[in-house]
Design a protein around this ligand. Structure first.
Ligand code: NDP
Length: 434
């Protein structure tokens, strides 16, 4: 707090993790002797840089870029790049911090990192996005590499942006390597990476429902927020598992479709022409559009899957969800629930799947993309999907084992924090103090 008092999102993420790690630290005095917690919250490196580029009118635009290389105890730094006007050091540090534990939970050898820029791609032409990505990579390339730091996508960084970033890295370094994940299939990308976070979220939720409640998605009403990469494939998998998904949203508002969201229409709007979700109600009779994305949580449901952004469910929204009969919240977005919302879930004994476990499927398949790049071969969709499903089921099992070990049976949040932390902490102790 003394050093980072001006970084509210980062402090929020650290507090949540450290509170639940108390029983873990009490059981491991060597962590205290080795200063593990103090070292754990200080990134190994933070890079902050200028990105200058030229817009379509020939004007010079300047943005700020970040890469936080947080922890490399168990593998090269790994984590996405976010392009959004709300990006600042606090947001990137909270994401990088969560990423350490998430990557550890996947069981794959990846450290934690995150990056991005305050660049807003909304309304920008393809050429502008390309020139921005090239300018961004011109600086970033000196800090990353296939054995040191392997970025991926996040909000507003999808296949198009990864393609431009990869092209610029290759051009400058004259090197063809798996330095980014989420690449196009023609140049080293993995099948099922696009679907991985959303599908993984549903595999996790389905498994937690099975183990803890002997239940499933079948016949459930589901509320999803967002309509980006994570939301679209969460809706797809939830529907295939027998649920009725009745909402999706963007930053302007949400749509409610009592018959169940027609995903082809959403894909056409969002993936087809980067349109606004409002269009859905104009195209699908019987559906409604509501201005203001936060009210999506007033729609009654059995299961809520927040898939848009941080702090999108506050205490009041959480209470509304519970009052309307919701008994499951699993997080596709990173830190979508405020601390007050989490307290409401705990009070109401919801099945709560925290982001770092529930949305780890994206980075897990990124890890599998790195493996395929190293082998110089590609697995089939079904092979990758089966590995993803297994990883998500293992995350549920490992979280529940850890929760039991520390005396909080069934607590998926404590379990995820503890299971993710212990592996990294042990590696930090073994590697000596630095
Ligand atoms: P996209 O850019 O594809 O989609 C983001 C969606 O969330 C859009 O519908 C967007 O609406 C909405 N959104 C973004 N910011 C806000 C905001 N401030 N308020 C309300 N709505 C907002 O991103 P992703 O789907 O990739 O990411 C969504 C979440 O999932 C993020 O928290 C991300 O960190 C997390 N995540 C993503 C992974 C991945 O593999 N992509 C992996 C793990 C986590 P609009 O178009 O109006 O901006």
């Amino acid at each position: 707090e003394r050093r980072d008092g001006d970084q509210p999102e980062f402090l929020q993420a650290v507090r949540e993790v450290f509170e639940s790690l108390e029983p873990v630290v009490a059981k491991h005095p060597e962590y205290e002797r080795n200063g593990v917690l103090e070292r754990f919250v200080e990134p190994e490196r933070v890079v902050k840089f200028r990105i200058a580029w030229t817009d379509d009118e020939g004007r010079v635009q300047v943005n700020r870029g970040y890469r936080v290389q947080f922890n490399s105890a168990i593998g090269p730094y790994k984590g996405g790049l976010r392009f959004h006007p709300t990006v600042n050091e606090s947001v990137i540090k909270f994401l990088g911090f969560e990423q350490i534990l998430k990557n550890s939970l996947t069981g794959l050898p990846m450290g934690g990192g995150k990056g991005g820029s305050d660049f807003d791609p909304k309304g920008r032409s393809d050429g502008e996005v390309m020139r921005f990505c090239q300018a961004f990579m011109t600086e970033l390339q000196r800090h990353i590499g296939q054995f040191t730091d392997v970025p991926a996508g996040d909000i507003n960084v999808g296949a198009r942006e990864i393609g431009y970033l990869f092209g610029q890295y290759k051009r400058i370094r004259d090197e063809y390597s798996g330095v980014l994940t989420g690449k196009g299939l023609e140049f080293g990308g993995s099948l099922a990476r696009t679907e991985a976070t959303g599908y993984g979220l549903c595999y996790y939720t389905q498994e937690a429902l099975r183990v803890l409640r002997n239940d499933s998605f079948q016949g459930k009403t589901v509320v999803v927020s967002g309509s980006g990469n994570v939301a679209i494939f969460a809706i797809e998998k939830a529907q295939r598992l027998g649920a009725k998904v009745v909402t999706c949203s963007d930053s302007n508002g949400y749509v409610y479709d009592p018959k169940g969201i027609d995903l082809d229409v959403v894909k056409d709007i969002k993936l087809g022409h980067r349109g606004r979700i409002k269009e859905y109600a104009e195209r699908v009779p019987g559906s409604e559009y509501h201005e203001g994305c936060r009210d999506v949580w007033t729609v009654p449901c059995d299961i809520a899957l927040p898939c848009a952004t941080q702090n999108e469910i506050d205490g009041e929204s959480a209470r509304t969800l519970v009052d309307n009969g919701c008994t499951v919240v699993c997080e596709g977005a990173n830190m979508p629930s405020t601390p007050e919302a989490i307290a409401v879930y705990q009070g109401a004994k919801l099945l709560y799947g925290p982001a770092k476990a529930a949305n780890a499927g994206g980075v897990a398949v990124s890890g599998l993309e790195m493996s395929q790049n190293s082998y110089r071969l590609s697995w089939t969709f079904d092979e990758v999907d089966a590995k993803l499903k297994q990883i998500m089921e293992d995350i549920v099992a490992n979280s529940l084992d850890a929760a039991k070990e520390y005396g909080r049976e069934g607590d998926l949040m404590l379990g995820a924090n503890a299971a993710g932390f212990v592996k990294v902490a042990n590696a930090m102790v073994a590697q000596g103090i630095f």
